[in-house]
Design a protein around this ligand. Structure first.
Ligand code: HEC
Ligand code: HEC
Ligand code: HEC
Ligand code: HEC
Length: 141
């Protein structure tokens, strides 16, 4: 009983704090800022994009076109929830935005936070889905 009233007390303070400051803020202030621990990139590298779908898409259709939040991942990323450029640019070796060039530029740590430090996958697909282990080894050396 005591515990319940403590919880009720906290809920009341929480909601009254929200009405005072207007709409409750969905995400931290640093959500869009590269390198911040409270950015959406940092959050995704911890736990992936699946949890975003509840509000940013239709989990049943497996899309990320906005859902109840009305904010589509495609608004800012041509590649949608991957956060990457459009597929044809990203996959085209001749393009300025090719993933290979970016990787060779930035190095394993940059991509490894999501694709695994050994590049075999973490919250995102392993590079070995398309590349040979021999290629991976050359890039890791
Ligand atoms: C509980 C619902 C909910 C979940 C879960 C959620 N979002 Fe959101 N998000 C929203 C709403 C609503 C907005 C609209 C803007 C606002 O109210 O802050 C938003 C806005 C955004 C924006 C635009 C931010 C801005 O400042 O313009 C980004 C980027 C975003 N969300 C990314 C994500 C990512 C990535 C995830 C998963 C890690 C996620 N969201 C999970 C509800 C959610
Ligand atoms: C208002 C614009 C905006 C929206 C909407 C948005 N993002 Fe982002 N996102 C960014 C910015 C800015 C970056 C950092 C880009 C950079 O550093 O080059 C980023 C980076 C990312 C990255 C890291 C990509 C990489 O190569 O490191 C992922 C993954 C990502 N976003 C996923 C999402 C998902 C999932 C959603 C939808 C739920 C979403 N984003 C919606 C602005 C947005
Ligand atoms: C969906 C398939 C796919 C995935 C997943 C993928 N790649 Fe690629 N990658 C390609 C294609 C296609 C090319 C262009 C053709 C080529 O050069 O072999 C390419 C090219 C490259 C190149 C340029 C090769 C060279 O010799 O110039 C590098 C480097 C590279 N990828 C790194 C990566 C890394 C690192 C990852 C994981 C983070 C990854 N790739 C994931 C398909 C993929
Ligand atoms: C913040 C997390 C994050 C970072 C950092 C990141 N990726 Fe990804 N990447 C994703 C997600 C999420 C997907 C889509 C889901 C999947 O393929 O598992 C993806 C997909 C891909 C794909 C498959 C094609 C596609 O668009 O679906 C390639 C290739 C790729 N990433 C390469 C890279 C390279 C190269 C780097 C470093 C320059 C990098 N990624 C950095 C999250 C990230």
């Amino acid at each position: 009983m005591k515990r319940i009233s403590i919880i009720v007390f906290f809920l009341l303070t929480f909601f009254s704090a929200c009405t005072k400051t207007g709409e409750p803020q969905m995400h931290p202030n640093a959500w869009l800022i590269t390198g911040e621990s409270e950015s959406h990139m940092a959050k995704i590298s911890e736990s992936g994009t699946e949890s975003c779908q509840v509000c940013h898409g239709e989990p049943y259709l497996n899309d990320y076109y906005g859902g109840s939040s009305g904010v589509s991942c495609y608004e800012c990323h041509k590649g949608g929830p991957s956060g990457h450029p459009a597929w044809n640019e990203w996959m085209e070796p001749e393009s300025d935005e090719s993933h290979g060039t970016l990787f060779l530029d930035r190095g394993v740590l940059d991509c490894g936070s999501c694709h695994g430090l050994d590049l075999t996958g973490r919250i995102a697909t392993g590079c070995d889905a398309c590349h040979t282990n021999q290629e991976l080894q050359t890039w890791l050396d």
